[in-house]
Design a protein around this ligand. Structure first.
Ligand code: 3HC
Length: 325
């Protein structure tokens, strides 16, 4: 039972068939569920799972890009990257606050992450080897995040949907600046074009994996669709991303690293779309289970930051107690 955090939900409603039917009727009628509303325990649990992991992803996602702030090629690129990384920290705070409305505390969520009990997006377990990686992350990773996050603005849970509106506005800037980095490199010298192509080769498949396992292996999608937490399935969002990103790559003369890529006129209800080659789901699950190349570094950095910030938390707590007296 989640009893810490902003609201105490220890008085849960008895989950009679009538209660569950009435709740689903509210969802079907597109009503927003708010923190004080009675809700099924499983609805609360899956939202805490998804929102806290989303928040962890935002904060851990600052690390690979932060690695290049001091090495950005110009002052302008440095300022843009600083702004983006700062935005991601704000996204994390927004999402932790949304999760806290469900009755879990920031402390609990952080402990789950540091103990390896909570996930963060697989994509952030890959290294950023060159400046072009910063372009590829903005273009592809934030591009994928936008595909996934725009529908979340219509999520049935009010605080999550509202957090997404501000976050999506900033994601668009993130994606545009990344694509502009890739465009600049692709129009540059041969070394720069090769750097951009190398980054695309390394970030393309992990970006497709960001959308989660195939629908057939997704343990949460069916229920999340019924509760209108998700508006599209993993495969539907992956398809939307493919159809948007491939023309963008062609526009800057970069080659998608998939020899099986082809236009399939049957996709998207006959409007056509791109079909892709096989995704290495063994790699996906290995990374999700903590086997990514940078997994150890990411958690070590999060633990160092958490331990280093203890004095701030202690001081704030001591001050809050003093003010309360
Ligand atoms: N990385 C890590 N774990 C993943 C994953 C990924 N890319 N995709 C799926 N998983 C996990 C799920 O968490 C689930 O495990 P759990 O039950 O223990 O939580 C399991 O694999 C099965 O996957 P499902 O498809 O059943 O899980 P979901 O229904 O939760 O769908 C999701 C996965 C699409 C990522 C969904 O959770 C979601 O939409 N989350 C919100 C968006 C989000 O978290 N995006 C992450 C990136 S944030 C980002 O990119 C920031 C940007 O600013 C750079």
């Amino acid at each position: 039972m989640y009893t810490q955090g902003l609201l105490d939900h220890s008085e849960e409603t008895e989950e009679t068939p009538e209660f569950l039917a009435a709740f689903q009727k509210r969802i079907d009628q597109e009503e927003k569920i708010e923190p004080h509303d009675p809700m099924p325990r499983a609805y609360r649990k899956t939202l805490i799972r998804q929102i806290s992991q989303h928040a962890h992803s935002e904060i851990v996602g600052m690390l690979p890009e932060g690695n290049w702030i001091t090495r950005a090629p110009t002052l302008k690129r440095k300022a843009v990257l600083l702004a983006k990384v700062q935005d991601e920290g704000g996204h994390g705070l927004y999402l932790y606050a949304a999760a806290e409305t469900l009755g879990i505390s920031r402390l609990e969520m952080t402990e789950q992450l540091l103990k390896g009990e909570a996930k963060y997006s697989s994509i952030f377990n890959y290294p950023t080897l060159t400046w072009a990686d910063i372009g590829a992350i903005g273009w592809l990773v934030d591009g994928a995040a936008i595909m996934n996050q725009i529908p979340l603005c219509r999520c049935s849970y009010g605080p999550y949907a509202r957090a997404m509106i501000k976050i999506c506005k900033e994601e668009s800037f993130h994606q545009r600046q990344g694509y502009e980095v890739m465009m600049t490199l692709a129009e540059g010298s041969k070394e720069q074009r090769d750097m951009a192509q190398d980054a695309l080769n390394r970030w393309w498949w992990p970006s497709l994996m960001m959308f989660g396992p195939p629908d057939t292996e997704s343990s949460n999608t069916d229920q999340s669709m019924k509760w209108k937490i998700k508006r599209f399935t993993n495969d539907q969002l992956r398809q939307k991303f493919l159809d948007a990103a491939i023309p963008q790559a062609k526009r800057i003369n970069l080659t998608i690293p998939d020899k099986n890529l082809k236009w399939n006129k049957k996709l998207n209800n006959g409007r056509g779309g791109y079909s892709h080659g096989p995704i290495d789901w063994e790699e996906f699950w290995r990374v999700v289970k903590g086997g990514g190349p940078m997994a150890r570094d990411r958690l070590r950095a999060r633990k160092k930051a958490w331990d280093g910030g203890k004095w701030v938390r202690d001081a704030a707590t001591a001050y809050a107690r003093k003010v309360k007296r």
